[in-house]
Design a protein around this ligand. Structure first.
Ligand SMILES: Nc1ncnc2c1ncn2[C@@H]1O[C@H](COP(=O)(O)OP(=O)(O)OP(=O)(O)O)[C@@H](O)[C@H]1O
Length: 267
């Protein structure tokens, strides 16, 4: 669905390439997490995937078409983005207006706009906050407003930058339910996260980016427990991998599979 072919990108005035000859293919319906140290180039890659930046070299395609040739309106039909700082993507004076804005850009009837807005408000548990100013909400609720805008539009490709950030336990569970529904409906998802427990819970493929290059690409158990990711200064090991290591177990990092393996272990 989304393909990077030998893509290089250098920020203006930077002496070195931020992404260097990077190739990557995301299949339709895949749920992929992008992990790596600060400055590895993850957000830059996401912005290139969204068409917000143009590659200096190489080709990025979405459904076989050159992304750099697509207009913003066209890209908005296929791609939904959640930025790291959600408040920067909120412009309207009520939660409801914020959600309807994206829908109004599409050729929909008033009835459809109202129906999709209502569904998104319910799914994201924002119905009671519909008339509030988004900037009067706390950080987790504000982030959920940005999620509700995506929920209303249901784009086939989601690009999420640190989505679990700012959520308390309640809002994280609301967000995780929405994410599960997106996965169920076949949405392709590329997510940046430093929260490796969150990654282990939700993603079937993990890409480790370091210094603008892919250094590992595989299942969560392969990538999250790899030595490259666990070097000092890098990201902390997910809790279940740390537990596996401490107990010398070889169990999966997904909590459901882990508890099944633990309950059915041969003593
Ligand atoms: N707007 C910008 N202008 C110039 N350089 C930038 C810009 N944004 C990022 N960079 C540089 O590009 C490199 C990669 O940054 P990027 O934000 O993509 O990394 P990241 O892996 O997402 O890091 P983090 O986990 O801290 O968000 C860094 O050296 C950064 O300083």
């Amino acid at each position: 669905m989304l393909t990077f072919n030998n893509v290089s990108f250098r920020w203006p005035k930077a002496s070195a390439y931020c992404l260097n000859n990077l190739s990557l293919n995301l299949n339709q319906g895949e749920h992929v997490a992008l992990v790596g140290d600060n400055g590895a180039g993850k957000s830059t890659l996401l912005r290139l995937a969204a068409g917000l930046l143009k590659a200096d070299e190489g080709l990025i395609t979405l459904n076989g078409l050159d992304l750099s040739q697509q207009k913003a309106q066209q890209r908005a039909m296929s791609i939904g983005i959640l930025f790291q700082e959600a408040e920067k993507q909120i412009f309207h004076s009520s939660v409801k207006d914020e959600i309807t804005f994206g829908l109004k850009q599409r050729k929909l009837t008033q009835e459809q706009i109202e129906q999709y807005t209502k569904q998104a408000l319910i799914q994201c548990e924002l119905t009671e906050l519909a008339d509030k100013h988004p900037l009067d909400l706390h950080a987790g609720q504000r982030r959920m407003v940005a999620v509700a805008c995506l929920a209303a539009l249901s784009p086939p490709l989601l690009l999420l930058d640190e989505p679990s950030r700012d959520f308390d336990a309640h809002w994280l569970s609301v967000f995780e339910r929405w994410l599960a529904a997106c996965k169920q409906s076949g949405t392709t998802i590329l997510t940046i996260s430093h929260d490796l427990d969150f990654v282990a819970r939700h993603y079937s493929r993990v890409i480790h980016l370091s210094g603008g290059k892919i250094v590992n690409d595989g299942s969560p158990s392969q990538v999250l427990s790899s030595e490259e990711l666990q070097e000092p200064g890098d990201l902390p090991s997910p809790t279940l991998y740390a537990l596996n290591q401490a107990l010398s177990l070889d169990y999966p990092g997904n909590p459901e599979e882990w508890s099944h393996a633990w309950l059915h272990r041969t003593r």
